[in-house]
Design a protein around this ligand. Structure first.
Ligand code: MN
Length: 410
């Protein structure tokens, strides 16, 4: 007897990971999937197949697993998430269920992935000290790299939920007003199109009155983690952002990876965040119950060539702190809320998560393997984010890919 994990698990997609997706096969409707190795398992079909032989899907989960995506599960809350994951782990590690897993699954290269959940509200943060310092040095060379608020609260802004797009969806170069030397902006396609290599956090459960504590954020609301590319038009952004912050330079497209790694799968990847420079306001104090940093290593791939390896463990602010911050004023939290970490940049030059930093504002273009000089993105270029984290017992948690190609402006 062998288990489904024995037969199908690969490094990165073993029983320690089991990320969720919404997938369809040719002609079929989207359904909730979970990944084991190179198989996309139809969760509802699996539950049906095991209904008489077991392991039997726990009571109360049938509506969530028969949904086309994660929306029903996100609303159901942590107890349901834990029960479903425990059942899936049991199924794929139980002798005798491998046949049912095989029959209920499809090779991942034969399925089409869809948005895994409906994005409710979307927030983007700015939580990397190295990124914020690099940007400060470039744009405010005569001042301290970090503004005075940066280590007091996680700086962020509300973004556009409707233009969070699935990995694999290409988009045209955005147009807008670009700054010019003579002070009069010109309208046209962005000349400084960039990426932001980020981690995205998917939230579930509800907090209608907000005020979610750090501890409750981790225990009740953090559902899963994806790779996130917050494409940015630096010229449009530079002209428009004063005094109210990022707007059209960001809102044209933001790509997410489509296998949502469960928060529980990252238990072995939790690390202490950097030492705090100031005592934090009580609602941001994450010194107990954690640590809440995540040891995820990302890879930025441009047209097949790795150009950077941003380390998420260096992020100053942690996910539970960012949830606490977005709700401390009484703002509600609802299922499908989503937030980005901000560009992940480490201390080293080859750990920077944007081309703005990699080319130092375009002043120091870097050379690709084929000899071409690179600063900002050209039409036809493809950027792919990858990510891995340590799992339990030496295993690896793989995030899959977040990819898109820049199309010419319309
Ligand atoms: Mn961003």
């Amino acid at each position: 007897m062998t288990t489904a994990a024995d037969r199908f698990a690969t490094e990165g997609f073993g029983p320690q990971n089991l990320p969720y997706a919404s997938f369809s096969t040719a002609g079929g409707a989207p359904r909730l999937g979970v990944r084991l190795g190179e198989r996309a398992i139809d969760v509802n079909a699996l539950a049906t197949a095991l209904d008489t032989t077991g392991p039997v899907l726990p009571e109360g989960l049938h509506t969530a697993v028969s949904a086309p995506d994660l929306d029903v599960l996100l609303a159901a809350g942590r107890e349901a998430w834990t029960a479903l994951r425990a059942w899936l782990v049991e199924v794929v590690t139980t002798d005798g269920a491998a046949e049912a897993v095989e029959r209920a699954s499809h090779p991942v290269e034969e399925v089409r992935l869809h948005m895994p959940f409906t994005v409710a509200d979307y927030v983007d943060y700015y939580a990397s000290e190295h990124h914020a310092s690099n940007v400060g040095r470039m744009f405010r060379p005569d001042q301290a790299p970090l503004l005075p608020n940066w280590k007091r609260l996680p700086v962020g802004y509300h973004g556009r939920a409707g233009t969070v797009i699935p990995s694999g969806q290409d988009f045209p170069r955005p147009k807008g007003l670009r700054p010019e030397q003579d002070g009069t902006p010109s309208f046209g396609p962005s000349r400084r199109l960039d990426i932001e290599a980020e981690i995205g956090f998917v939230l579930g459960g509800s907090a209608p009155a907000g005020e979610v504590s750090v501890a409750r954020a981790a225990a009740e609301h953090l559902f899963g983690v994806v790779l996130f590319n917050d494409w940015s038009a630096r010229d449009i952004q530079a002209y428009e952002y004063v005094p109210l912050g990022p707007y059209l330079g960001k809102s044209f497209a933001s790509s997410i990876s489509l296998w949502v790694v469960p928060w529980e799968a990252l238990a072995a990847a939790r690390v202490a965040p950097p030492a705090r420079e100031h005592e934090l306001a009580p609602y941001l104090d994450d010194s107990s119950g954690g640590p809440w940093g995540l040891d995820i290593t990302m890879e930025v791939v441009l047209d097949g060539q790795a150009v950077s390896h941003p380390p998420v463990r260096t992020m100053y602010w942690t996910a539970p702190q960012m949830v606490a911050h977005m709700t401390v004023n009484g703002a509600s939290l609802r299922p499908g809320d989503f937030f980005g970490s901000g560009t992940v940049s480490g201390p080293e030059a080859d750990q920077r998560g944007s081309f703005l930093e990699l080319s130092w504002g375009g002043k120091e273009p870097f050379t690709l393997a084929d000899g071409t000089e690179m600063s900002f993105l050209e039409d036809g270029q493809t950027v792919t984010l990858k990510g891995t984290a340590p799992g339990p017992d030496g295993s690896v948690i793989d995030f899959g890919e977040c990819t898109a190609t820049v199309l010419p402006a319309t």
